[in-house]
Design a protein around this ligand. Sequence first.
Ligand SMILES: Nc1ncnc2c1ncn2[C@@H]1O[C@H](COP(=O)(O)OP(=O)(O)OP(=O)(O)O)[C@@H](O)[C@H]1O
Ligand SMILES: [Mg+2]
Length: 247
Amino acid sequence: MKWGPKKGTVPIFQKRGQSPFSPQVRIEHVSKAYRQDGRGPPVLDDVSATIGAGEFVVVVGRSGSGKSTLLNLIGAIDLPSAGEIFLGDVAIGDLDETGRALLRRRHIGFVFQSYNLIATLTVGENLHLPLELNGHHGRAAAARVQQWLAAVGLADSQSRWPEELSGGEQQRIAIARALVHEPQLVLADEPTGNLDLATATEVIALLDRLCRDAGTTLLMATHSREVIGRADRVLTIRHARLHEERP
Ligand SMILES: Nc1ncnc2c1ncn2[C@@H]1O[C@H](COP(=O)(O)OP(=O)(O)OP(=O)(O)O)[C@@H](O)[C@H]1O
Ligand SMILES: [Mg+2]
């Protein structure tokens, strides 16, 4: 599996298993400061880490420590001030805006605290969207949507509207949306922040299981002890540095 070639050209999509390449996140000497004038401490200061294919890694740290910042850099939503992030053998910094958009669209799934389902689309249409953006249409796409709705236990919700669903149900749909295009990496930013403990536990168990079944790497920012207990590894951001801690 390749994440995509350099500048401007279109990353080549290959299905998992068709290539000996093992997806992996490498964060190399990454710093991030939002202020252009260099005043004030950076949010991230010379941070390095490697995340292996299929691992479930949580990022913890107090509010404002830089968890979302790190996820946004890994998800090619934002660029570091210094350093490089590799997804597989592709350096995100080598891609232009279009290349980064294609990388996100094809190879990454995102889950947010506030679900971010599109309110004017039905549940089924929300799931079709990532497939259509990747050129998948017709019966095969419809079957894939139905398969993922079933996988999150909401097989009958195809024609419902997001607002008709509970928070936990919306997050299960958001998980299906993040996985429907079979990404190599799922980035989840406090996905249980709006849910009660019992629902949060269910949602995390589901996300963990689906990612493990698919061999998908899962990187999650969280404050939840229950989530931390399930992870393979825990990375803590403290004083703009990344520390590895035991789960
Ligand atoms: N787009 C931005 N422009 C300027 N400053 C930003 C921006 N995004 C984040 N920051 C600042 O960077 C720091 C880290 O923010 P970030 O959102 O990464 O923290 P976090 O660990 O995700 O916090 P929380 O647990 O509250 O979600 C904060 O001081 C924040 O104000
Ligand atoms: Mg955050």
